[in-house]
Design a protein around this ligand. Structure first.
Ligand code: FE
Length: 356
């Protein structure tokens, strides 16, 4: 393709009787070198900052990055339907459960096993087919004037099912993947039967029928509709940053984060991650991009724009995330591969409990 383009350009110049300067020749040849390879990303992460990051990769390597963005369901449908014709190399999403479920459909392949990847990503956050590129915690937010220090003592996901929280809890719907992964991790740790009972307790404690996104849960606590919410860590920082407007910034100041399960396995951690697609036409470039995403430069870019936790050691999260506290125990025992494995059971117990 490139060669044809260069010949056409040269021909045009000759036809137009234009003198071909050495400079223009160099320019034409150079521009053909710049995009000598490419990699195609199907991304369900909606961050403009990700696009800036891919540009940095292109500048570094000369590999062009093409991005198809959309909702995970639509992207997966397209990759499956296009089969061996699919141009997708990498699938990027914001939950380990999504990657696990796509892997279970046989749509990912092994290959993310280089030394760089393995030494960057702890074992519990990767498989040979997909790896985490950033971490997020799903935590508790509370209203300090309505929740006592005593009530917070030793608080865990499990203990949120206690009747003392009746009418005080908000959390989003059961169709939300973050919730499915949280419940999947509870199934892994406590078994399906116990988790089914737990889900009933949670539903009984809800202050309202689940609605809205994670930020809407934090807003409900700020507005006094509930005393505690469950939501991911980066949403509070996003609200505090002012990027979601003055009103949300003020609301965020009214709630406090709490990291549960400090007395046992630690707080539930999830990932943003990337999977190597089964029919990847540019596998080598795809692996290079994954390695780049795990570099110090890329990790700094990610955490400063998305308020996630870095996947690698030695990179500090955004100051707003630091101010929420870093000295909490993360659940590094429950491998995130379980979120996909237990996803069907998780949804089943939630729906059986009447979790809308
Ligand atoms: Fe999110």
């Amino acid at each position: 393709m490139r060669i044809v383009l260069i010949l056409k350009l040269l021909l045009l110049k000759i036809i137009s009787n234009e003198k071909i300067s050495i400079l223009s020749l160099i320019f034409i040849l150079f521009s053909s070198v710049v995009f000598s390879g490419e990699v195609n990303i199907f991304s369900a992460r909606h961050y403009d900052s990700d696009i800036e990051l891919y540009k940095k990769f292109t500048l570094k390597t000369g590999i062009k990055v093409n991005v198809v963005s959309g909702k995970s369901n639509a992207l997966e449908k397209r990759i499956i339907e296009e089969g061996t014709d699919s141009k997708a190399d990498l699938y990027i999403v914001a939950d380990a459960g999504t990657l696990g479920a796509f892997e279970a459909k046989g749509m990912l392949q092994s290959g993310l096993t280089s030394k760089i990847i393995k030494s960057a990503v702890p074992y519990n956050y990767r498989t040979s087919k997909w790896v985490g590129i950033a971490k997020r915690a799903r935590i508790i937010y509370y209203a300090p004037e309505r929740v006592t220090a005593e009530e917070l003592l030793g608080l865990s996901y499990e203990s949120l099912a206690n009747p003392k929280w009746k009418g005080r809890l908000v959390i989003r719907k059961s169709n939300n993947i973050y919730n499915q992964s949280l419940v999947a991790s509870l199934i892994k740790n406590n078994g399906k039967e116990k988790t089914a009972d737990w889900a009933k307790g949670i539903v009984a404690n809800m202050a309202r029928t689940p609605k809205g996104n994670d930020r809407a849960q934090i807003l409900a606590v700020a507005a006094g509709e509930a005393d505690i919410a469950i939501a991911n860590t980066y949403y509070l920082a996003l609200m505090l940053s002012g990027k979601k407007g003055e009103e949300q910034k003020e609301a965020a100041k009214k709630v406090k984060p709490f990291f549960p399960n400090q007395e046992d396995r630690g707080t539930h951690m999830n990932i943003s991650g990337v999977g190597l697609v089964k029919n990847s036409p540019n596998k080598e470039n795809a692996i290079k991009l994954v390695e780049f995403l795990l570099s110090e430069e890329a990790q700094k870019h990610i955490v400063n724009n998305t308020f996630e936790y870095p996947m690698i050691e030695g990179v500090s999260p955004h100051p707003l995330i630091v101010s929420m506290g870093l000295d909490f125990k993360q659940d590094s025992k429950t491998e995130v591969v379980n979120f996909g494995k237990n996803q069907t059971d998780a949804l089943e117990v939630m729906l059986a409990a009447g979790w809308k």
